[in-house]
Ligand binder design. Structure first.
Ligand code: MN
Ligand code: MN
Length: 475
């Protein structure tokens, strides 16, 4: 026969304190003097976001900051010390050589620089009802209605018939014009929008961008609104219509990053998935001096469309970058050394987590959803329909990370993307995992994710940066 154990209220409270896991709010836990760092970091972060509206601009901004900090491009003569390499202006790898051999393993951080947006089609320009438009094809997972009736900026790269490369950004300066996708007035939207499913209410082929309204030439000219736009583009940039075929032009929200809330505790901006992790990785790497293990930070493109193509996490960038590191450190390179090094490495897939939405709590499983303000989020597995498509980190590795964060005073939480079978998504973790290192997803919680105005807590940004720095310095 068993007896039921009786304990006092006080004993139960002590036991509760010792045994229960407690989610912690960063604002409650900031050490003295840390609050100032939170505000300073977020100011620099907003400046970074404003300079990094596209994947190319992000890589450009990272390169500038690295060069300023003394990192040497691998394309320069006799690179040594802290180095970096840019490929196709869209992807970047950096390394900080460690004191011990590469075969002891690397500390790898990997984030992605692309974000959902509207791209232009190859034959974008046309006119309709005395107005000129550009046709778009959206990139990544967007809710199309969010892109209507808002000021958009046009960014991108065009090669002219004379092989001149033009990098454009129209709509960011206050004196610049902006562009927009007009929406239908509610008075007439009942049948074509309001009565439809949200996913069908805005058709992709109706995401057409208004670019002109004044004709050029007499009425006898058939497409004089289109002609006016082309004439402007020729005057300004020396373009002809065919140049648009090879151009990469992207539409992004025209607003700069802003503080949100009376207390200014949140940054609101486009592209924070995943530039909040990109920025945090960069900040952390810039503060690492003479680490024990060699540090590698990777900034990938094309995550939002499934990591396809030669600038994605599926491309063999790490395998081509690492042999250079071996020679840089004066160590012997062989395919076997490479495999051993990767297998001994630790990695973080530095990507954001979908924070619990207070208005839609029913899609989350509250005990396992990350919250804004509760620190960097550790996501053991991603995927959907039974973890399909996830690399699912090992117990030993998750243990190692949580111990590291606890020792270094990093406020962390765990997160899962929504309820089981509610939806889901993947990250670059599985592509790096396939090369050998232990890897786990770990990044900043984001509210209103994939929208044109994403929200990140400044406290979580600070803990993300601090967490990544602790990771890079770990041995
Ligand atoms: Mn992401
Ligand atoms: Mn995303």
């Amino acid at each position: 026969m068993t007896t039921i154990k009786k304990i006092s209220k006080k004993e139960a409270q002590i036991l509760e304190k010792r045994l229960f896991y407690q989610r912690r709010l960063v604002w409650d836990e900031l050490a003295k003097g840390e609050e100032k760092k939170v505000w300073e970091l977020s100011e620099d972060y907003k400046a970074f976001l404003n300079a990094s509206k596209t994947e190319r601009e992000t890589i450009g901004e990272i390169s500038r900051r690295l060069s300023r900090a003394g990192f040497i491009g691998l394309d320069q003569a006799n690179p040594r010390g802290k180095v970096f390499q840019v490929l196709k202006d869209k992807i970047l790898a950096l390394a900080i050589p460690g004191k011990i051999p590469l075969s002891a393993g690397l500390q790898i951080l990997a984030a992605h620089v692309d974000a959902p947006r509207l791209d232009l089609k190859q034959h974008p320009l046309y006119e309709e009802a005395d107005l000129a438009f550009l046709k778009t094809h959206y990139y990544g997972g967007i809710k199309k209605y969010q892109w209507l009736a808002r000021p958009l900026a046009l960014h991108g790269t065009i090669l002219t018939a004379q092989n001149k490369k033009i990098n454009l950004a129209i709509g960011e300066k206050e004196q610049d014009p902006v562009f927009t996708v007009a929406d239908l007035l509610p008075h007439l939207a009942r049948k074509v929008q309001m009565e439809k499913k949200l996913s069908e209410a805005v058709e992709g082929e109706k995401l057409n961008l208004l670019v002109g309204s004044i004709p050029l030439g007499p009425k006898e000219i058939k497409e004089r609104f289109k002609l006016a736009v082309l004439s402007y583009l020729e005057k300004q940039y020396g373009l002809i219509e065919e140049d648009l075929v090879s151009a990469e032009l992207e539409l992004v929200p025209a607003e700069p990053a802003r503080d949100v809330g009376l207390d200014r505790g949140i940054v609101g901006a486009y592209g924070q998935d995943d530039r909040v992790c990109v920025f945090s990785c960069l900040k952390a790497a810039l503060e690492v001096e003479k680490p024990n293990k060699t540090v590698v930070v990777l900034f990938y493109d094309k995550e939002e469309i499934g990591s396809e193509g030669n600038t994605s996490a599926r491309a063999r960038i790490l395998e081509s970058f690492l042999p250079r590191l071996f020679s840089l450190k004066g160590e012997t390179f062989s395919p076997q050394n490479l495999d051993e090094t990767l297998a001994a490495s630790r990695a973080i897939s530095a990507d954001v987590a979908g924070a619990l939405d207070p208005d839609y709590q029913e899609v989350h499983e509250k005990r396992n959803a990350p919250r804004l303000g509760c620190g960097i989020c550790l996501t053991k597995f991603t995927g959907s329909g039974g973890k399909i498509g996830s690399s699912d980190a090992h117990a030993e590795y998750v243990y190692w990370i949580r111990q590291l964060f606890n020792q270094k005073g990093i406020i962390w939480q765990t997160g899962e993307l929504g309820k089981v079978d509610e939806g889901g998504g993947g990250t670059i973790a599985k592509f790096l995992a396939a090369l050998g290192p232990d890897i786990v997803d770990c990044g900043t919680p984001v509210l209103s994710m994939h929208s044109p105005f994403e929200l990140v807590s400044k406290a979580d940004l600070y803990m993300t940066y601090k967490g990544y720095k602790a990771f890079l310095l770990a041995s």
